[in-house]
Design a protein around this ligand. Structure first.
Ligand SMILES: NC(=O)C1=CN([C@@H]2O[C@H](COP(=O)(O)OP(=O)(O)OC[C@H]3O[C@@H](n4cnc5c(N)ncnc54)[C@H](OP(=O)(O)O)[C@@H]3O)[C@@H](O)[C@H]2O)C=CC1
Ligand SMILES: Nc1c(N[C@@H]2O[C@H](COP(=O)(O)O)[C@@H](O)[C@H]2O)[nH]c(=O)[nH]c1=O
Length: 358
């Protein structure tokens, strides 16, 4: 088994560049973005695959299934993949087994898998007699999943934040009404995020103001087959008849966002969606616990109201929380009916936390 940047062929380098592009077609969340390319003995591309998110085929398995569909035998081929093949049975089987069964004779990967359960794939393959080499375009692969790696290493869920706001950055009108600022296409898109996360979080302020259900629903209002845990965060009580109550509901009586994530992680949650309101969103941003942001912007002016982001601790421009459009794992910019969705990743760390008022 070798690691480092030396010893790779030109077709392997090109294949890894392509695999990185494919990886970006997945979705961010509990699992990393991963792409794979299978090369034949002459270095020609045979087939490709990418991972679409937790619970779906890993990139290597997707590529091998695609080979089978095309009637191509991958025996003797090289697997080029952006992440070290996993060595465990999670929601899907181990990629190491699939690679060995397929008769792949060389595996080239970019970045090592840091997940305690899934690591060790390279050694497993090498012990089986497969020629394994790691480290090709490692920096690019690591950057692609930078925030996911932070979450994995901290043993906390990956955090997606969603905000729906008017053009003048209000999440509700002056009287607190907010249903609806964005139109049906944007809201339906929000429900697809609910359907793929493990938990949806709101603050008690949102529960008391909106009485939300927080379920994942299709356009016709029917429940999605997979439902997230519904979580309210904050010290105030939740009314006995709140719509959010029922099986799959948890009230975490704390104002500490890390304690929230630690508790949810211990319950098996690996991806959370923070849906608001503006105070809870600010708390997660200030604690540098927001890994991805979907901001839905409606062409509506409210003049005054409830600012979409609060408790950010910004006193001057240099304190600003800086984000960039993220084209990987969902388009950076998307029009949804009359609204626009920004998909963003954090760039600058937030200013020093404010503890006053907690
Ligand atoms: N357009 C949109 O996308 C959305 C709009 N909204 C709108 O937002 C408004 C509600 O806003 P808001 O009250 O900010 O709602 P939040 O859901 O952010 O609730 C705020 C509450 O969160 C609790 N909390 C948890 N952790 C902390 C912490 N570290 N610091 C401070 N508070 C914490 C506190 O409750 P406690 O006192 O119980 O501890 C606080 O009062 C409504 O008008 C609603 O319609 C809400 C969600 C989304
Ligand atoms: N107002 C607003 C949103 N608000 C979010 O949706 C919640 C209501 O969820 P539910 O009861 O399940 O339909 C609400 O409490 C808040 O978290 N979302 C959007 O996409 N666009 C909007 O304009």
């Amino acid at each position: 088994m070798t690691t480092g940047s030396a010893g790779f062929t030109a077709p392997e380098m090109m294949a890894m560049e392509h695999a990185l592009l494919l990886a970006g077609q997945g979705v961010r969340g509990a699992n990393p973005l991963v792409g794979a390319v299978v090369l034949d003995r002459d270095g020609a591309m045979v087939t490709t695959g990418f991972h679409l998110g937790a619970g779906t085929d890993h990139a290597e398995v997707a590529a091998l299934k695609s080979a089978a569909l095309q009637g191509v035998d991958p025996a003797g081929c090289t697997m080029v993949v952006t992440l070290e093949p996993c060595n465990h049975t999670g929601r899907t089987g181990p990629c190491t087994e699939a690679i060995m069964e397929a008769g792949i004779t060389r595996v080239v990967y970019a970045a090592a898998d840091p997940t305690p359960d899934a690591a060790g794939g390279a050694a497993r393959l090498a012990n089986h007699g497969i020629d394994v080499a790691g480290g090709l375009l490692e920096d690019a692969a690591t950057e692609l999943n930078r925030r996911w790696l932070v979450a994995v290493q901290a043993r906390r869920p990956f955090v997606t934040v969603k905000v729906a706001q008017s053009l003048d950055a209000q999440s509700a009108a002056a009287d607190g009404s907010s249903q609806w600022i964005t139109g049906p296409h944007a809201r339906a898109d929000g429900h697809t995020i609910r359907a793929r996360v493990d938990a949806v979080l709101v603050g008690t302020g949102t529960v008391l103001a909106d009485n939300p259900r927080l379920t994942a629903r299709a356009l016709d209002g029917s429940d999605a087959s997979r439902q997230p845990l519904r979580v309210a965060v904050g010290l105030r009580g939740i009314p006995g008849d709140a719509a959010v109550r029922g099986s799959g509901f948890v009230h975490l009586e704390t104002r500490d966002p890390l304690a929230v994530l630690t508790e949810l992680f211990s319950r098996g949650v690996r991806h959370v969606l923070v849906e608001g309101g503006p105070q809870l969103v600010g708390v997660f941003l200030m604690a540098d616990l927001a890994d991805e942001l979907f901001a839905y912007v409606a062409p509506m002016l409210l003049g005054a109201g409830v600012p979409a982001f609060q408790r950010l601790g910004v006193a001057t421009l240099t304190d600003a929380h800086v984000w960039r459009l993220d084209p990987d794992g969902a388009a950076g910019l998307t029009q949804l009916g009359d609204d626009v969705r920004l998909h963003l990743k954090p760039i600058a760390p937030p200013p020093a936390p404010i503890t006053k008022g907690l």
